[in-house]
Design a protein around this ligand. Structure first.
Ligand SMILES: Cc1ncc(COP(=O)(O)O)c(C=O)c1O
Length: 373
């Protein structure tokens, strides 16, 4: 086995950068023995809402719960349909299924790998209650036509911004454009905790009241329970980590963008490699740097890269409509040709803010050799 020369992700530098501040914040929490909600969660909610350009943010236990609580707060449930792209992390679909609604899937656009907005409207039915666009890999979905279709049909838009903290679309932050934006703070995300965490952002007071109750056992005040809720609060110790990291998010996103530019420049002339597209008017925050290999055996290339010390990933090997968990929806091979083709070709190269230009040169050099170009 080779030791990895270029890891897929290295959280070490970020952890070290905030270590002292996190320890100070944690000491305060321990001094006060205040471990549930409290000052750190409140501070984070206020700062994160402001960062996203939304009136409110509420911390929850993880990104999946953010989606579930968002759907519940809008009364989405059995008998309702929710539209989502088939190329996403399975959690988007899990949330729809857990509230008892039916996921209605849409193929992706071959340029951005996000929901194909040209096909969207034909999936709208009288049962459609919400659309969940996913800003996949850190690239904002094409929100203008999505919001337009939603408004025309009276449908809510819930943004899955779990991979897009700080990304912008026509000057607006991911998560702030629909009725509700949902975030994950899983450690490797652009804004990551030291464990699980999540948040919703919204301008709607009714949503805030609902989510505040739902995350805390359906409770408007202690031992009153108005609805069947969840235990899904953002952990206070995770909020402290997020408070320490939030101020560095824009700088870290810039470092990711610089790294993406180096990859783009070096891969521009490599035949058979398609680099990520950044649509006009958007700022892509490169949670992942995903290329497509048009004519190569992706698994073989991946294996060879691994042998040369380059770790890669695949996001995702199977569109959700083909997973065992969602086969009951009745889709089959051929249902979404673009997503199915792309799933065989995509390859995520190492990407994190502190990745060094020399490491990127090494990755590209090795990739070129493996491709024989
Ligand atoms: C697109 C997307 N949606 C939802 C989630 C769920 O977030 P979490 O893992 O925090 O539950 C993730 C993250 O893993 C994700 O990438």
């Amino acid at each position: 086995m080779t030791t990895s020369k270029v890891p897929f992700v290295d959280l070490g530098p970020q952890t070290q950068a905030v270590r002292n501040e996190v320890v100070q914040r944690w000491s305060k929490i321990m001094d006060g023995n205040s471990f549930i909600l409290g000052a750190e969660v409140k501070e984070f909610e206020e700062r994160f809402a402001k960062y996203c350009g939304a009136r409110y943010a509420l911390g929850v236990a993880n990104g999946t719960d953010a989606l579930i609580l968002a759907l519940r707060s809008l009364n989405v449930g059995p008998g309702d349909e929710v539209i989502a792209p088939t190329n996403t992390f399975v959690a988007t679909l899990e949330a729809i299924a857990h509230v008892g609604a039916t996921p209605v899937l849409v193929d992706i656009s071959p340029g951005t790998y996000n929901i194909n907005v040209n096909q969207l409207e034909k999936f709208v039915t009288p049962m459609t209650k919400a659309i969940i666009p996913v800003h996949l890999y850190g690239c904002p979905a094409d929100m203008a036509p999505i919001l337009e279709v939603a408004e025309r049909h009276g449908i809510a838009v819930i943004e899955d911004a779990a991979q897009a903290h700080g990304a912008t679309y026509q000057g607006r932050k991911a998560g702030s454009m629909g009725s509700i934006g949902c975030f994950s703070f899983y450690p490797a995300k652009n804004l990551g905790a030291f464990g699980d965490g999540g948040a919703i952002v919204t301008d709607r007071e009714d949503v805030v009241l609902q989510v505040r109750m739902l995350r805390d056992h359906g409770s408007p005040s202690k031992y009153e329970h108005d609805v069947v809720g969840y235990n899904s609060r953002l952990d206070t110790i995770q909020a402290a980590v997020l408070n320490a990291k939030l101020g560095r998010l824009d700088e870290c996103n810039k470092m990711r963008q610089r790294n993406a530019q180096i990859y783009d420049d070096m891969l521009a002339e490599v035949p058979g490699v398609v680099t990520p597209k950044v649509p006009e008017g958007t700022s892509h925050v490169f949670h992942l740097y995903v290329i497509r290999l048009l004519s190569e055996d992706r698994e073989q290339i991946r294996q060879r890269l691994q042998e040369r010390g380059v770790q890669t990933g695949i996001h995702y090997p199977m569109p959700v409509h083909l997973t065992k968990a969602f086969r009951h929806l009745g889709y089959r091979e051929g249902s979404f040709p673009v997503a199915e083709e792309v799933a065989h070709q995509i390859l995520s190269l190492p990407m994190y803010p502190e990745l060094q230009p020399a490491q990127i040169y090494y990755v590209v050099q090795q990739l070129k050799e493996c491709l024989g170009t």
